[in-house]
Design a protein around this ligand. Sequence first.
Ligand code: NAD
Length: 460
Amino acid sequence: MISNARISQLYKAQHDYFDSGATLPYAFRKAMLKRLKKGVSQYESRILEALHQDLHKHPLEAYSSEVGFLYEEIAFTLANLKQWMEPEVVTSPFVTYPSSSRVYREPLGLTLIIAPWNYPFMLQLSPLIGAIAGGNCAILKPSELAPHTAAVIAAMIKETFDPAYVTVVEGDGATIIPALMAYRFDHVFFTGSIPVGKKIMEMAVPHLTPVTLELGGKSPCVVDDKVNIKVAAKRIIWAKFWNAGQTCVAPDYLLVHHRVKEEMVDAMKEAIVDFFGQNPVNSDDYARMINSRRFDTVAAYLKEGHILHGGQTDRDKLYIAPTLLDDVEWDDPVMQEEIFGPVLPILTFEELPQAIQAIKKNPYPLALYVFTKSKKTEKALIEQVRFGGGCVNNALVHLTNPELPFGGAGYSGMGQYHGRYSFETFTHAKGMLKTGTWLDVPVKYPPFKNKLGLMKRIMK
Ligand code: NAD
């Protein structure tokens, strides 16, 4: 456990580093992004190994969602950073004539990036790309619940960066985060649960520190009757059981049109067997629950409905089979809490407004997915439900597009990142207006006698 004296030292060192102006130039930020990429690639096999130890992630799953994802994001940022850093020229109102206006993107300063355990590598380092691009220093706090990955992140960052620029503080979040946040950070970027997100926001109050909160929620997946069943089933099963359902944007529950329910269930069962075999416990491609506490919570949901497929568990192996659950009630815990595990409750609807009302029982989901060939259904869900982001005829993959903002709404969080949105999150938009001195329009100066008419003609 890091001592308070060490935290104070680190904080001061980062302050001095930032104040030196070293992080400001484009050349520096570019070099640091490249160095990050090199660090990740040098540690790649250790990262994949750690993710397997923590979550039994198959190397393909770990590579694509944690490592490859970062390479893509770094490449995208490198390709665009110079342009993002250019002051943006905007128009100026006539009343300010002769003036020009620009928006400068100014680094924030010291940032704290707090990560969860489910994508413990990517969710720690993807915001760091934004922090570096924005010209900031950063302290990273990995999740103690994915200890192998946390150790690899700490070793990699230590070897890659001067700790006065970017460093890692490991340990129990409930103790370390309050100790860190006793100091003023210029931004705290938190990914995790709603209850801890609330604590982060409280801790940010005394210093008026801005926070980004990337939280969770119950993300619905709507399947209407005009749909390609086979494709929908495969995409939903893939998205739900990726990382054994421990994905913040996993489809939490299915709302399927009653006319296609049976066909959909059959196709989903087939997809589960195609992907993971008759006995997924033997599949190398299927992850495990992070720990016994999470195992117990998710295993308890299995008793809250009728199991259509799966349902097998092995506590010693932290294994819960990919499960389809029927006959659940809206006030059962499985429909009240974010499931965050491999259990997919299936509910039906007859008319779309009924589905929309049902979704609103758990307001502001992080994601929403709709599988439909109907433009009307698609439009109704996008316009009538408030949620973070999502996909039509797909799931999860919206977050792989760096052109799209990723973040929650309402209870699923505040702020967004990825691509340019990360850069914006980690910079302050400083508006500057510059006025020529060759002309000094006197209309605004007292005495105002007889000038109101002219002012009215200028400002209308
Ligand atoms: P968590 O909130 O328990 O922990 C997240 C981080 O907070 C960890 O680093 C932990 O050490 C720290 N922490 C824990 N207790 C704390 C406390 N009392 N005070 C200060 N810090 C504390 O979340 P988790 O269990 O690691 O992750 C699961 C949750 O994260 C789910 O709700 C999931 O939906 C959400 N999530 C969201 C996103 C997203 O991008 N929106 C991504 C992944 C996970």
